[in-house]
Design a protein around this ligand. Structure first.
Ligand code: AMP
Ligand code: ZN
Length: 114
């Protein structure tokens, strides 16, 4: 998708600090981290919002969850805990319209979120 920063990172047109990659998924460090650990898990396929996910994406979405688990363990925040966030549209605070899961850890999270 043209003019999508995450598609551009996938295609290496702009830089990203890649911490995981396979044929379907990339994970990068967030450029503006909100905690010690803040990783974005991004499908290479351009899907604009969670509302655009279809049945065909089932295995992709499962795989994303497996990678989140792996990254949480690898970064050492799985035991204490962490937060996974997927923002949707304006009120959800979505800024980049290519779905991405925030893995945030390394500190105690507040609830309710801001
Ligand atoms: P969201 O508000 O859920 O759409 O989140 C977008 C996230 O992408 C924010 O946490 C940004 O800091 C992050 N971000 C934006 N541009 C980049 C980039 N070039 N590399 C890494 N993270 C980025
Ligand atoms: Zn995209």
């Amino acid at each position: 998708m043209e003019n999508c920063i995450f598609c551009k990172i996938v295609k290496r047109e702009i830089p990203g600090k890649i911490v995981y990659e396979d044929n379907e998924i990339i994970a990068i460090e967030d450029i503006n981290p909100q905690a010690k650990i803040h990783i974005l898990i991004i499908p290479k396929k351009h899907i604009s919002t969670i509302l655009d996910i279809t049945e065909d994406d089932s295995s992709l979405i499962f795989k994303i969850h497996k990678i989140i688990n792996k990254l949480a363990k690898d970064t050492g925040c799985s035991e204490n805990g962490f937060r996974v966030v997927l923002n949707c549209n304006k009120d959800g605070g979505q800024a980049v319209y290519h779905i991405h899961y925030h893995l945030i850890g390394g500190r105690k999270m507040d609830w309710p979120p801001g």
